[in-house]
Write a protein that binds this ligand. Structure first.
Ligand code: GLN
Length: 276
C-alpha cells in the first residue's frame, strides 16, 4: 500500500475526513502533512499499514483524532491528551485571549478549576511568567497528564491540586479564577457524539448549570477585591450565567463569542472581594 492508496481510504479530496487521514498518516511516518503529500508513492511498511488501519477504525468509531495521536495543539502548546482528559477545543482559546487582556497585577495569582490537560493554566503561564498559577482537577490520572504537560513545556510555576472545585484548596485568594467546567445538560443528544471523552468533564446537572453555579458562588470567597472570574459555557447559557453573576454581586458582566459566533465565555469582576 502506497501513501496515496492509504489516504484514499478516508473521505473525499479536501474534506475534513481526508485531512484527518493526512494528520494520522503523517504522525505515523513522523513527518508533516506537506511532506506527506510530496511522497504519495512511498510504500508503507507492514507496521505503518497496521497502525494506520487501526487508527482509521478508531476514527470511524467517533474517537477524537487527538486520542489516537496522543496530543492536541492548544494556544502555542502541543498538549498530551489521554482518554482521562477532555480534548482541548480551539474555542477555549477565546477565554485565554480575553483574560490576558484584563488589567491584572503583574504578579497575579490565578486559579484554573477543572484543568484537564492543563490547557488554560499552561497557556496563561506561558504568556505570563510572573503569574502564580494554580490548577485543580477532581481526578488524579487527569492531573498526572496536566503535570506532564507542565513539565513538557517547562512551566514549573503551575501548581496542581486534586480538588472538587474549591473543596480541597489551601486557603488562598486569587486575582483571577478561570474555568472550562462541564456544562452540557445530561439529556443533551450532543453527548452521543462525545462518548469517547470523560462524561464528568462534559455533563452537569440542572440543565448543565450545576457546576457553574458552584463555581460562581464559591468564587466570592476566593477572589481578592477587584478580582475577575471567567467561565466557559454553552452557546445558550449566556442569560442564565449572567443572572448567576448578577445574583453573586459581580459587576462588569460581559459575554464574548467563540470562533463560530456562539456565546461562549462570560466574565465579570468582584469588586468587594477580600482585601489582602
Ligand atoms: N465545548 C465542548 C463541546 O460542546 C464541551 C466542553 C465542556 O463541556 N466544557 O463539545
Amino acid at each position: 500500500m502506497q501513501v496515496v492508496d492509504a489516504l484514499n481510504l478516508r473521505g473525499e479530496v479536501d474534506s475534513y475526513e481526508r485531512q484527518e487521514a493526512i494528520w494520522l498518516l503523517a504522525h505515523l511516518l513522523e513527518i508533516d502533512g506537506l511532506s506527506l503529500k510530496l511522497r504519495l508513492s512511498q510504500p508503507l511498511t507492514d507496521e505503518q499499514r497496521t497502525a494506520y488501519l487501526d487508527g482509521l477504525a478508531r476514527l470511524e468509531k467517533n474517537e477524537p483524532l487527538a486520542y489516537i495521536l496522543g496530543s492536541q495543539p492548544f494556544w502555542t502548546l502541543d498538549l498530551k491528551v489521554t482518554p482521562d482528559t477532555l480534548v482541548p477545543r480551539p474555542d477555549t482559546e477565546v477565554l485565554v485571549e480575553q483574560v490576558l487582556a484584563l488589567d491584572l497585577p503583574r504578579q497575579a495569582s490565578v486559579l484554573d478549576l477543572g484543568t484537564g490537560t492543563g490547557a488554560i493554566a499552561l497557556a496563561l503561564a506561558s504568556e505570563k511568567p510572573n503569574w502564580a498559577v494554580w490548577a485543580t482537577d477532581i481526578y488524579a490520572p487527569t492531573l498526572e497528564v496536566a503535570r506532564d504537560n507542565a513539565q513538557k513545556h517547562h512551566l514549573p510555576q503551575v501548581q496542581f491540586f486534586k480538588s472538587h472545585w474549591y473543596d480541597n484548596l489551601p486557603q488562598s485568594h486569587f486575582d483571577l479564577i478561570v474555568s472550562n467546567p462541564p456544562y452540557i445538560a445530561p439529556n443533551d443528544l450532543h453527548l452521543e457524539d462525545l462518548q469517547s471523552e470523560p462524561l464528568r468533564a462534559l455533563a452537569s446537572a440542572d440543565n448543565g448549570l450545576a457546576d457553574i453555579v458552584e463555581i460562581i458562588q464559591g468564587a466570592t470567597e476566593r477572589l481578592k477585591a477587584q478580582g475577575w472570574l471567567a467561565i466557559e459555557h454553552g452557546f445558550d447559557q449566556k442569560q442564565a450565567v449572567q443572572a448567576l453573576f448578577n445574583e453573586a454581586k459581580f459587576s462588569q458582566i460581559q459575554t464574548i463569542k467563540d470562533y463560530s459566533g456562539n456565546d461562549r465565555v462570560t466574565f465579570a469582576q468582584y469588586k468587594v472581594g477580600v482585601n489582602i
